[in-house]
Design a binder for this molecule. Sequence first.
Ligand code: ATP
Length: 424
Amino acid sequence: MAEDGEPKGKEYVLEADAELRFEVENKNENVILTLKSGYAEIFGTELVRGKAYSFKTGAKIAVFTWQGCTLELGGECDCYIAKETPMMFYLNCHACLEQLRMKAENESDVKRGPITMIVGPSDVGKSTVCRILLNYAVRMGRTPVFVDLDVGQGAISIPGAIGALLVERPAAIGEGFSEQAPLVYNFGHTGIQKNTQLMNVLVGRLAEVVHERLQANKKANVSGVIINTCGWVKNDGYRLLKHAARAFEVDVVLVLDQEKLYNELSRDMPQFVKVVLLPKSGGVVERSKAYRAEARDDRIRHYFYGNKTPLHPHSFDVKWSDLKIYKIGAPPLPDSCMPLGMKAEDNMTKLVSVQPGPNLLHHILALSFAASPEDDIITSNIAGYICVTNVDVENQTLTVLSPQPRPLPDTVLLLCDLQFMDSH
Ligand code: ATP
């Protein structure tokens, strides 16, 4: 027992370049990690010695040390020490990116820092590598832009969104990067195969705005961009990757774990783009469909209710007649039924008016910055999300959960495929 009567955790001594990997699997478990001596980091964020970090069910963590350390772990979890990690490869990538940043800083003919895209199939650690590279950049005093094109988990805002974020501080352990004023575009589905045309348009628009913002922020411009992508790397998924690389004008593509993809990209990317194959970490855990669905729910709950810092969302009624709800993408028609000169895929980026009703229950609605359907709604970014928690047909009202108090701004609402059951 520790002095205060609390049960003490188990101690682990790590040599340099090793990592302690653990997964919290039991329901309602809370695992406490403390760095007792030495130095250690979690996905690039340094741990503070003596501070207790808590991890809840679902956490899959690696505590890495460059110098060696002693850790204490309390609570039930699956854990082991790994001596083989790809961290040296990732550090080398960071060092190369840092050199490009220095060139952008010091040489007048280099206009900006490196734009790097991380690609690979599902569950190879793409998001983790992005996080490590961003954290290392910030620890060098840089302010890179993080772009997330992975609608499956939605690291910026919620699943179904793509966006960009200026990273000024390392990610908080167990929380991620601080999301102040992110630039968000609504896709509305958690799989890009649902509407690849729309995704292409949104990626193009996001890239345009990111480039504009880099022009206006010299420090970010020198720091560059790190882009996370989704794990669909075949057929249309591959075409989307190429489109994103072109739109963002990437300089470096890091391919995790798939030689085939590496070969294809080396063949198809322009010569000036550096394509690098990187190994995946043996620690990356494959996630089941059920786990992913739960992680998505957690992400949305986090959006409305916060995590370690609790948020207090508002719940209020709005009249159907006060709402302008649309969805993007009309049901596909055969080409033969389309008006002259239009193709079936044009329908996928069409705006369709939605009548409020029971069909909206539990759905997420995006609040567009576009005020009316005459504006270019598809390429307008969004202010945030609300969730429909009740539909009253008799009184023709919806009850919504909203991060902001009433009234809702008088703008267009976009219906998402995504649903969330509010259990609070
Ligand atoms: P997706 O299929 O969603 O695109 P991905 O390729 O981005 O997945 P990550 O989300 O980075 O993969 O990693 C998958 C899981 O593995 C995450 O829960 C992450 O915390 C965990 N993970 C990553 N690296 C390690 C490691 N070295 N040790 C233990 N767990 C790890």
